[in-house]
Design a protein around this ligand. Structure first.
Ligand code: ZN
Length: 132
């Protein structure tokens, strides 16, 4: 069940999902209107697409991996589809326990010699969403 979202700035997926009853507070978008990731997020439905890859194991063609430190910080790694222009690309996201905030996110392009890391953009989530 969901409630109506209070007035605010939400991503299209959060608007479509609403405010789930099991959330104490409404979601905060993980991607600014520009499409860039922001660390001031909470349970954003767009970020949940990525987080669910690591929290809800199932058949994934892209072989995601998650590593957790002894301080319960986790880093998830998942491949994006190969890009003719950019080569192989991997999404890296970083979070604490199973909380709703994602602390950091980026795209690693290991075939590049310089500028190997780029900001995670909403368009990258859309690429993953098309595969799920
Ligand atoms: Zn959102």
């Amino acid at each position: 069940m969901t409630r109506e979202l209070p007035p605010g700035d939400y991503c299209p997926r959060c608007r479509a999902r609403g405010w789930p009853d099991d959330f104490d507070s409404p979601p905060r978008r993980a991607f600014l209107t520009s499409g860039h990731f922001t660390e001031d997020n909470w349970n954003c439905a767009s970020m949940d697409i990525l987080r669910s890859i690591f929290h809800e194991p199932r058949e994934w063609a892209l072989w995601p991996a998650v590593v957790t430190t002894d301080s319960e910080q986790s880093c998830g790694l998942v491949a994006l589809p190969h890009s003719e222009d950019e080569g192989d690309r991997f999404i890296l996201i970083y979070w604490y326990k199973n909380r709703g905030k994602t602390d950091n996110a980026m795209v690693w392009m290991p075939e590049r010699v310089v500028h190997q890391v780029e900001p995670l953009l909403l368009k990258h989530v859309d690429e993953i969403a098309r595969l799920t």
